[in-house]
Design a protein around this ligand. Structure first.
Ligand code: HEC
Ligand code: HEC
Ligand code: HEC
Ligand code: HEC
Ligand code: HEC
Ligand code: HEC
Ligand code: HEC
Length: 431
């Protein structure tokens, strides 16, 4: 490891340590998952390192600043794949490198960005995904171990695009190498930008969130409330048996099945079969009678969940719940929606000064001179500051505190005109 890389790593690790002791959420976090957080720290700190990095300039040589984020606020995957698959392991990391030598400049040429996940180097011993991937996803050849559906692994080089870098479909699980049985859903990716001679320009850390917490067992366990006379001994087989009974399908004898093989899904790009409702519609409509109007009692039955608490951003802390943005089960099951595409829009509540680019999702939108919304605000469901301390690391590294990137000099070397800048342009749009 290069010296400056080691230095910045030490610094950020100490930040985590410090946060554990100063943060109001620390006690909560430890109680929630004592073992994993405590056992994680010793692997990460390097005794005798630099003082904590709070308030210090961005890691690297200061002429560059690197931002990274996961495209979704949470990636959900199946706990195992021998019976059926809703979603594969598939985290997607984005990054933007900004040269802050003079006017800030977003660059992708003549530089490279690599990533790795701290304390997590392999997934093949943590999920049986690779045993079934070829069959489930109709691949021509078996998928090599620890390689995701788009060819990216748990570490490697990101692909440069026009204005950002991306690593799509990282096959991450929620288990660290040191304890493959304990869930750790908010894993930390470390990214390093280098010039063509390999010199480190900047580095950062961001969360790669992943969870298997789909709580189908609440109702679909043996002889459960949803399948009173079905008891195969395996929750997923109870579900397949029920599906076969209700719809005259033969899923039990076709295992493993991909739900999206028949029910179209924009998440996986499958078009499904004619006459069969898309997966989101089928699931939300069929389960709509269970809607009790609360997030905990409804959405967290399948979305992660009471343990993972995937909704954790500033708006959650101000009292907002899934339904405030997405509506009820029946609203999600509206036949006129395109799942994964027709999603809530920041602009519909915050006004056009704070809106996404027209026709684009939040995660594909840029504001302020080509900087992605997520670079300054974080991922949906984790809009900074977050209750999950790992989400706040990047903002703390670059500007000394969590929340929106609002310190102009994180990117500008001289203090710009404050009457302009993010959300302050005359033409009224958010660029
Ligand atoms: C809060 C309870 C609850 C949870 C949690 C739940 N279900 Fe259900 N599910 C039901 C009920 C009730 C039915 C309807 C049973 C019936 O009609 O006999 C059902 C039916 C189904 C059906 C059959 C649909 C049909 O009619 O063809 C499938 C498939 C299904 N659930 C899948 C799932 C999956 C996958 C999960 C987890 C992601 C899940 N369910 C979580 C309660 C639940
Ligand atoms: C072989 C094709 C096929 C596969 C694979 C499949 N389904 Fe279905 N599913 C159907 C058909 C056909 C129906 C009935 C559709 C209808 O009546 O409109 C159905 C109905 C449903 C319904 C009830 C929809 C409603 O509105 O009542 C749910 C929920 C559902 N499927 C969930 C799933 C889940 C979860 C999986 C994966 C475990 C899955 N399906 C896999 C073919 C399939
Ligand atoms: C019974 C299980 C279940 C419950 C309860 C549930 N969901 Fe889902 N949800 C799913 C599944 C499965 C998918 C993945 C569908 C796919 O892959 O296309 C999904 C996907 C979604 C999506 C993305 C796809 C889309 O339609 O845009 C949204 C948004 C969503 N759910 C919102 C909610 C909200 C809000 C609630 C609570 C009001 C909720 N869900 C409750 C099972 C559930
Ligand atoms: C403050 C508003 C807000 C709240 C609260 C909220 N969401 Fe979302 N959600 C969004 C936005 C915005 C998107 C689309 C972002 C994008 O893809 O660019 C989204 C997208 C999604 C998706 C699609 C995948 C993704 O991340 O794009 C799912 C699934 C989802 N939400 C589920 C939920 C669930 C479950 C809850 C509660 C636990 C919830 N949401 C709470 C605003 C919200
Ligand atoms: C359904 C309406 C709704 C949607 C959609 C929504 N917000 Fe909000 N947002 C609110 C409300 C309400 C508050 C809390 C205002 C308060 O109590 O100060 C808030 C607060 C915020 C804050 C904190 C502002 C402050 O004063 O600290 C930020 C940042 C924010 N939202 C960003 C976003 C982003 C980014 C999106 C899109 C991904 C979004 N919001 C989507 C309603 C919404
Ligand atoms: C360069 C950083 C930066 C980028 C990029 C950025 N924002 Fe912001 N955003 C801010 C700052 C700083 C604030 C708080 C100051 C303010 O309200 O103007 C803010 C505030 C917000 C708020 C809260 C407004 C309120 O009512 O308090 C929303 C919503 C928002 N931004 C949405 C977006 C969206 C959508 C995008 C992408 C199209 C985006 N932002 C891009 C820096 C940024
Ligand atoms: C995440 C990085 C980032 C942050 C934070 C940021 N900017 Fe910028 N800003 C840029 C980029 C990139 C440009 C484009 C520079 C160019 O191409 O000339 C820019 C350009 C500008 C410009 C246009 C004038 C010029 O220099 O070209 C103004 C004015 C500006 N920013 C003001 C602000 C203000 C005020 C803040 C703090 C509230 C701020 N910026 C925070 C990245 C950032």
């Amino acid at each position: 490891m290069k010296k400056s890389e080691a230095k910045s790593k030490k610094r950020s690790m100490l930040v985590i340590l410090v946060l554990l002791f100063v943060s109001p959420f620390a006690a909560l976090a430890m109680e929630k998952d004592k073992g994993s957080i405590l056992s994680y720290i010793p692997a990460m700190i390097n005794p005798g390192g630099d003082p904590p990095g709070i308030g210090s300039p961005p890691p690297g040589n200061g002429k560059y600043v690197l931002f990274a984020w996961n495209d979704l606020g949470m990636h959900c995957m199946d706990p195992s794949y021998e019976d059926f698959a809703v979603l594969p392991p598939y985290n997607t990391l984005w990054a933007q490198l900004i040269r802050r030598d003079g006017e800030p400049d977003i660059i992708t040429k003549g530089v490279s960005v690599s990533y790795r996940v701290l304390g997590n180097t392999r997934s093949d011993n943590k999920t049986n995904f690779w045993q079934y991937a070829q069959q489930l996803f109709g691949l021509n050849a078996p998928l090599p171990l620890n390689v995701g559906l788009k060819g990216f692994g748990l570490q490697g080089a990101m692909s440069p695009k026009e204005d950002h870098f991306v690593a799509e479909g990282i096959p991450l699980t929620e288990y660290l190498d040191r304890n493959i049985h304990r869930s750790y859903p908010y894993q930390i990716a470390e990214l390093v930008a280098r010039d063509s001679s390999g010199q480190i320009l900047a580095s950062t850390q961001t969360v790669l969130p992943v969870s298997t917490e789909m709580n189908c067992q609440y109702c679909h366990q043996d002889n459960g409330s949803a399948n009173r006379s079905i008891a195969t001994g395996v929750v997923k087989r109870n579900i397949l048996t029920l599906h076969d009974q209700k719809n005259a399908t033969t899923l039990m004898s076709q295992r493993p099945v991909l739900c999206a093989g028949c029910h179209a899904s924009n998440a996986l790009g499958t078009s499904g079969k004619v006459g069969i409702p898309n997966l989101s519609l089928a699931m939300h409509k069929r389960h709509a009678p269970l809607d009790d109007g609360t997030m905990e009692g409804t959405c967290y039955s399948c979305h992660p969940g009471p343990q993972t608490k995937c909704l954790r951003g500033t708006m959650f802390q101000k009292g907002m719940r899934c339904q405030d943005c997405h509506g009820s089960m029946n609203d999600v099951a509206n036949v006129n929606r395109s799942p994964w595409i027709d999603e809530p829009r920041c602009g519909s509540c915050h006004g056009k000064n704070y809106a996404e680019n027209s026709g684009k999702l939040y995660r594909f939108s840029t504001g302020h001179e080509g900087v992605y919304c997520q670079a300054c605000h974080g991922s949906q469901h984790a809009i900074g500051p977050s209750t999950e301390q790992n989400d706040n690391i990047q903002a703390i590294l670059v500007q000394g505190g969590p929340g929106t990137i609002k310190t102009c000099t994180v990117c500008h070397t001289s203090i710009p005109d404050r009457s302009e800048g993010p959300h302050r342009d005359d033409d009224g749009d958010s660029e």
